[in-house]
Design a protein. Sequence first.
Length: 407
Amino acid sequence: MTRILFHGGTLFDGTVSEPSTGDLVVENGRIVDVGTGLDGDESVDCSGKWLSPGFFDSHVHVTMDGFDVLRQLTSPFSLSFYLAAQNLKKTLDIGITSIRDAGGADLGIKEAVDRGMIPGPRMQIAISMLSQTGGHGDDWEACGVNVPLFVPHPGRPNTVVDGPDEVRKKVRELIRNGADVIKVATSGGVLSARDDPRHAHFRDAEIAVMVEEATAAGIFVMSHAQATDGIKAAIRNGVRSIEHGIYLDDEAIEMMLRAGTWLVPTLHAPRAVVAAAAAGASIPQSSVDKAKMVAAAHDDSVRRAHAAGVKIAMGTDCGVGPHGSNLDELRYLTDTGLTPLEALHATTSSAAELFGVDGDRGRLAPGQRADLVLLDCDPQDIDNLAGRVRGVYLDGALVSTGAATVG
Ligand SMILES: [Zn+2]
């Protein structure tokens, strides 16, 4: 069996330990040894470089490329599949080897990656977000027509549901269609014109049913949750991660600590909405106003949650912002109080644990899958990370030489 030796690099192991110099040996796609003075049949010279576990983004939308209502109305239906291929490559090129698609990507896209037809990170897919009537995923517009962000098709059902019975049936349908995670909106949001991010959506009985059905299928529930009451309802009913978490009060933070709930801040998203509107994208004024309204509360919530010790996993909502800019989130995380090492931990082993794959990947340790990023800067130098990726490996095989060398 071929032993591939990555030698002489500085290893960031995916935990909050300080990086240190060492070798790493890969056999059959898995890390078999980490130490010093190791040997191998083939070698990759890592001297002067840093090696990290492949990065995770816990919240992306690969079928979406910015939010622009006019462009959405005039884009051919199938274009989004080709966009997904392009976005997956952009994601992989910056060292992200595992993603959760929080709505949009269907089983065909995931299978195309798994079969090696298109390059991309490993995917967990939510397919489509459960939303109540008038909720964040209800695409009814005031003009009286539905303008879906993700057009329903045989692999991607419409998921606007009300009442425990409809919820139960829809979760089962999503699981049948290949969902690896169930996504729900337990509050209003920013980009949906007709709701309010400060209002809770779905009642406890509905959320409990989602979690019950997901648990029976061995998968987790992630919740778009911005309103304080919507956040608490999600935590109370066993949702695994709070996405965005804009209005966290002390009680919500306390509940997250007790339940072990993750926070996926996506600080990138409201910033991207404001920037896109300023650059001329056609975004309803109500959404731009909401993005500005939530920004300060959002940063403050993440700061307090981190200080209290809430588990954080890196997620960006890219698709709202440009794919390939995902690692900007690390700067936003450190701006709210995380150290660079903590931000990197959120982007590797903490996210792996959230995904339920920590036994498989997310750390540089024997037994872990050899999903690796080779960087020519210290990963703690978070501002420059994306342009400093020199190698991305899946199962020990080189799949990208980084964004700097591709078009
Ligand atoms: Zn999202």
